[in-house]
Design a protein around this ligand. Sequence first.
Ligand SMILES: [Zn+2]
Length: 216
Amino acid sequence: MNIKNYILELLFPTYCIGCGKAKFLICADCLAGLKMSAGLGKIFYCFSYKNTPLVRKIIKQFKYKFNVDIALVLGVALKDLFLEALKKNPELYNATIVPVPIHKKRLKYRGFNQAGILALSLYDGVKSEGRNGLNFAYMDCLIRQKFEEVQANLGRDERIKNLRGAIGLKKGANICGRVFVLVDDVYTTGATTGECKKVLVGAGAKKVFVFCVAKS
Ligand SMILES: [Zn+2]
């Protein structure tokens, strides 16, 4: 532990999100108990919200109080999921990773885009595995051009209506013919990822896979 972490630990002691034990945000026992329930269908996800209440807690912490340890844990889960998906989807060898964007107003308030951090750690994790034939890219090419209030209490149809035209493409982004892996933290109604997909496909993307940490 370096000095900075030592002082931080004195000021703000950490407790495990799962069991309350001191020192770690997720202790080894709780981490070991986190079962991946890899969904490898239309949507690729690491955990099911229903079966793993701890994941719900972890994502909340990650989203509203950035923590590097959590980002790393979730990044590893995404990497494992990707390597699993690679076995049956050879198109993923040429994937371009893209995060679901957040509006700059929200970015200013939150300080980071949680999907961006996940997408980057997925990218770094898979690259460091050094698979043969992997032609991987990272492209933060989407923007959120419309600010929506929190959508949590809206139904699916309302969300979709609300999101119409909310996502755009950054200038000069070269989308044509690419296979994308769109990354988000949680998949709920699919309204947001659906809108991102529409923009990418509209600009000439060959295919868009959706990867997320948890699916509700
Ligand atoms: Zn624990």
